[in-house]
Design a protein around this ligand. Structure first.
Ligand code: 4AD
Ligand code: MG
Length: 479
């Protein structure tokens, strides 16, 4: 018999025709005459209740049906006596597909801590929290492609192995097939990369931007959506060594167009989640509320759905870095010495505590900061006439800090070359990037959205390790 997904079964009317469902047992309980099994197949957050009449089916058939086991059940959908569901399955036949020894299966029908579940990443998809996150991650991936496709953007596959450092920050994982015990050396005792696989040093990419720029300077509107890798040793709840980034790049756009695009995209994605994933969001909202129930009112976050709607309905605040520094300098936490990094002077990089102050305390809405000092930003950003700042833009979100980083790009060959020299960006590995400014250069702009930072915001989860199935962080590569 053809299997029906539980999502669809729960929408069906009670019927005289038998149907078949398959899935994993979440719980089994019962009395002398009847057993109730909550079955989940991942198609929805909700379980289908299987009702097994023990007068008709021998109890021995259920002997190995425990939490975690997989079963196939056939029967008729009947109106449910219990609350919470319209129908349940009156089981005529039940077959064990795979047993799960209850003494060994780590997921018990109770609440497990997120830390515990990180150690069980191979099984955590089977919990409500992680299946809801997985479905939302899928929905957001789809919505991102739809957003760009509907607007005439082309998806570009930028390379994962590269010979250049797109951000110039030197935080790259090296890729090599050289024998590490006997590394070939040049006469000058440097590593002889000419003997390596590519005949030169290679890394995992930190960003697809440079390649996206090449494509935008022919196709006008493009975006990448791929994995990116950063070997920064930051063990925070916002950083991964491997994360996914969405990088649109648009020819003829300036920084204002760029901000509009970022704002449109974020709103579109939030609305898509609200419209298409109400059950999973409602579940995650309850989860967050429970998690924070012990905290004082002022330490609790905004209710998840209300927070998403709030961002949907309120325009982002747009201010310059210089204005932000003035606000921060005069802010109460700064004057009272509450910041870990006091704000004294123009030119310092903003820390997450400063970003969150601006968003959560001062403006109480997302903020786009522009025109940062050039010395704290990447070489490719368009230089302003003041000689001090660049046309950078960071989008800051409540609870997250920076969710997007981007800029208008320097399209002038001489200015770009000069900046690359000043910042010691190796021209010899980047000649192709410079050439685009020699042949038909145009103003253009783009940005990068950190996909997991978006997922943190949408799901209300507090740690980035919980919004990607298999997080890569320092000293963590089990699964
Ligand atoms: O600000 P970043 O470094 O910008 C770029 O990579 C540009 N090339 C983007 C562009 O203009 N096309 O990174 C962009 C975003 C950040 O705002 C953040 O959301 C995310 O990527 N991000 C990280 N997410 C998780 N873990 C990390 N280690 C991250 N580093 C950056
Ligand atoms: Mg950034």
């Amino acid at each position: 018999m053809k299997r029906i997904e539980i999502k669809d079964a729960l929408q069906m009317q009670a019927t005289d025709e038998a149907i078949n469902v398959r899935g994993w047992v979440r719980t089994k309980r019962g009395s002398k005459n009847v057993a109730f099994i909550a079955l989940n197949d991942g198609s929805t957050l909700h379980n289908l209740q299987l009702v097994v009449n023990l007068d008709e089916i021998p109890e021995s058939a259920l002997a190995l049906v425990h939490t975690g086991a997989s079963v196939s059940a056939t029967g008729k959908l009947v109106p449910s006596a219990g609350s919470g569901q319209a129908v349940e399955l009156a089981v005529a036949q039940i077959e064990l597909l795979g047993a799960a020894n209850p003494d060994e299966y780590p997921l018990q029908p109770k609440k497990h801590s997120l830390e515990f579940l990180r150690e069980k990443a191979h099984l955590r998809f089977r919990t409500n929290t992680f299946s809801a996150i997985a479905r939302l991650r899928h929905a957001m991936t789809f919505a991102i492609h739809k957003f760009f496709n509907d607007r005439g953007f082309y998806n570009i596959h930028s390379p994962i192995i590269t010979g250049s450092d797109a951000e110039g920050a030197g935080e790259m994982f090296q890729v090599t097939t050289l024998p590490l015990k006997t590394i070939p050396l040049t006469p000058e005792k440097d590593i002889d990369f000419s003997k390596d696989f590519f005949g030169k040093a290679a890394n995992l990419t930190v960003s697809g931007q440079l390649e996206a720029e090449l494509a935008a300077l022919a196709l006008s509107k493009v975006y990448t959506f791929g994995p990116t890798f950063r070997a920064e040793n930051s063990n925070t709840s916002r950083h991964l060594a491997e994360f996914w980034m969405i990088e649109p790049e648009v020819a003829f756009n300036d920084i204002h167009d760029n901000m509009d695009l970022a704002e449109d995209m974020l709103r579109y994605l939030i609305k898509y989640a609200l419209d298409n994933c109400p059950d999973d969001l409602a579940f995650l909202a309850r989860r967050l509320e429970e998690e924070e129930s012990g905290r004082k009112a002022e330490e609790r976050s905004m209710e998840l759905i209300a927070k998403l709607k709030f961002v949907l309905e309120n325009p982002f605040e747009r201010i310059t870095y210089t204005e932000a520094i003035e606000i921060l300098k005069n802010s109460q936490p700064n004057r009272k010495g509450k910041f870990n990094y006091p704000v004294n002077e123009w030119g310092a990089d903003l820390q997450s505590e400063h970003e969150r102050y601006l968003v959560e305390k001062h403006f109480k809405r997302p903020v786009i900061l522009t025109d940062y000092p050039k010395k704290i930003k990447a070489f490719y950003m368009k230089q302003n006439e003041d000689g001090q700042t660049v046309r950078a833009m960071d989008v800051l979100f409540p609870g997250i800090g920076e969710i997007i980083g981007g800029s208008q790009r320097e399209e002038n060959y001489d200015k770009l070359l000069q900046r690359m020299n000043e910042m010691h960006v190796p021209i010899e590995t980047m000649w192709w990037y410079l050439e685009t400014r020699k042949f038909g250069t145009v103003p253009h702009a783009g940005f990068g959205l950190g996909f997991e930072r978006l997922m943190l915001f949408i799901t209300g989860m507090g740690n980035i390790r919980d919004v990607i199935p298999f997080p890569r962080t320092p000293l963590n590569l089990e699964f």
